[in-house]
Design a binder for this molecule. Structure first.
Ligand code: ADP
Ligand code: MG
Ligand code: ZN
Length: 476
């Protein structure tokens, strides 16, 4: 029997509003423990929550960006459970009437194919506090600063079929959140969290198998490796004739395996009911239109535009628009150099190569868009060769100096004067009688050898076009 994996993801994204969702405490990461708190977010008796309008607008932005239908009258609900990081003993969330439903995003797989992934729902809720367990001491402490931080939960349809698709979906969701400017999407810091649900079913069948839910996945890599592990585990259970049990499992990235945390809780365990402290949330059509008009150009649209406006291959366009800041960087560079494919090659090659190997993103680039444009202009105007440009780029990274300064200081200006190059060509020919003989006898591959020798002699500064031209003339 052959099995097919079925994956659905729940993503929690912290919204970067100025204040919390139901009170005016600062919504800020960190801070002295228990300083961004008030009676509302501490769950004191007799207080009332007041909904932050910006949270609703941010949720609407995400809903519209993912093609969801906005619920005109949605409701907040109490999700009841006891845990010391939740001082009210219930979390204010949305249940049977979430703010948005029935959306979709498109992901692009490595082979370039596009796939639609359905969004079941998006709802708003408050975050809980943070427990700090002291190693080796029988105490736990709690920091309520995070209590009441606004979250949206984005629930996908079980539409993904491999860990790679799950990874592509997460990157797409994160990219949209960041384009919208509503969340920083930082997985390592916990502002973008994912629970992954996975089950197997015999290929060709429709009915969903029993799922396991994986928690504690705080990097894209862990999501993909945890899913791959879980798929193998369920497969061996099924092949051995066993049954998969519905449960919540934790991923241990150090041991590279998951283990069972608890049986899966059911919705009725939470005794959801409408929160009597909050009125139904009514959203009118004109508000939706106002938000729709305010949306920025989103990753898919920007990718299409890059393909059409700059004649870039879809792959380049996809990479360059994956983050808004990267796309901005590219466009700033193109405004100054006006050779999109050249800029794309350098941004995707040298620059992203450097940033990735240092674990940095474009915001931390040691080379600004204007500096890269200056370097590429030197190349475009034949002041330096492509090979020298690579050397200058490395030097820009190391010293932070401007490309023109480096070229002047190191005397890297390309030699295009043919009389100067001609002398070198003559010397190279005179010094290599054996190669000249073989070349004349028909071994034309030796052209590369001669070009290499001239380049070596001129420390890479000779204009390759002129070198080739002269060699052809002189070698006959
Ligand atoms: P819960 O909070 O109980 O996990 P949700 O409805 O919020 O329930 O989330 C369920 C998630 O699990 C969705 O992303 C859904 O697509 C996915 N899912 C549901 N059933 C399966 C299944 N049998 N196999 C894989 N994924 C599933
Ligand atoms: Mg779940
Ligand atoms: Zn507060």
């Amino acid at each position: 029997m052959q099995y097919e994996p079925v994956i659905g993801l729940e993503v929690h994204a912290q919204l970067n509003t100025r204040t919390k969702i139901f009170c005016s405490c600062a919504n800020a990461f960190g801070g002295e423990p228990n300083t961004h708190v008030c009676p509302v977010c501490l769950g004191m008796p007799g207080v009332l929550p007041v909904l932050n309008k910006t949270v609703v607008e941010y949720a609407m932005r995400m809903a519209l960006a993912t093609d969801c239908t906005i619920t005109r009258e949605s409701r907040f609900a109490r999700k009841n459970y006891f845990y010391p990081d939740l001082p009210k003993n219930y979390q204010i969330s949305q249940y049977e009437l979430p703010i948005a439903e029935h959306g979709q995003v498109t992901i692009t797989l490595d082979d370039g194919t596009a796939k639609r992934i359905g969004i079941t729902r998006i709802h708003m809720e408050e975050d809980a506090g943070k427990l700090i367990h002291d190693a080796g001491r029988p105490v736990s402490r709690v920091d309520y600063n995070r209590t009441g931080t606004p979250l949206i939960e984005i629930v996908s349809e079980p539409d993904m079929r491999s860990p790679e698709e799950a990874g592509a979906y997460l990157r797409q969701i994160r990219s949209i959140l960041r384009y919208l400017g509503i969340s920083d999407g930082n997985m390592e810091e916990g502002s973008f969290r994912c629970d992954a649900n996975v089950s197997l079913r015999p290929i060709g069948t429709e009915t969903l198998g029993t799922r396991a839910e994986l928690k504690n996945l705080n990097s894209f890599k862990y999501v993909e490796s945890a899913l791959a592990y879980e798929i193998r585990r369920q497969e061996s259970v099924l092949i051995d004739g066993g049954t998969v049990i519905q449960e919540t499992r934790l991923w241990d990235s150090a041991q590279n395996r998951s283990f069972s945390m608890r049986g899966k809780e059911e919705a009725h365990d939470y005794r959801y009911f409408p929160d009597p402290d909050l009125t139904p949330l009514i959203i009118d059509g004109s508000w939706i239109e106002t938000i729709r008009q305010s949306l920025p150009e989103l990753p898919d649209a920007r990718k299409e535009r890059f393909i059409n406006e700059y004649a870039l291959p879809p792959y380049d366009a996809g990479v360059l628009t994956s983050a808004r800041e990267l796309a901005d960087y590219f466009e700033e560079c193109v405004r100054l150099v006006n050779n999109p494919k050249l800029v794309s090659n350098w941004v995707m090659g040298s620059l992203l190569g450097l940033l990735n190997s240092n674990g940095k993103t474009i915001e931390a680039s040691p080379v600004s868009a204007a500096q890269l444009a200056e370097l590429l202009t030197l190349m475009e105007t034949s002041v330096i060769s492509g090979k020298i440009a690579k050397t200058v780029f490395d030097e820009m990274v190391a010293s932070g100096k401007a490309p023109k300064v480096i070229v002047a200081e190191k005397g890297l200006v390309q030699v295009t004067d043919s009389s100067e190059i001609s002398a070198v060509v003559d010397r190279v020919i005179a010094a290599s009688p054996n190669e000249v003989e073989k070349f004349k006898a028909g071994n034309i591959k030796l052209m590369g050898f001669f070009v290499g020798q001239v380049m070596k002699e001129t420390k890479g500064k000779a204009n390759p076009g002129v070198v080739n031209q002269l060699l052809k003339e002189k070698l006959g």
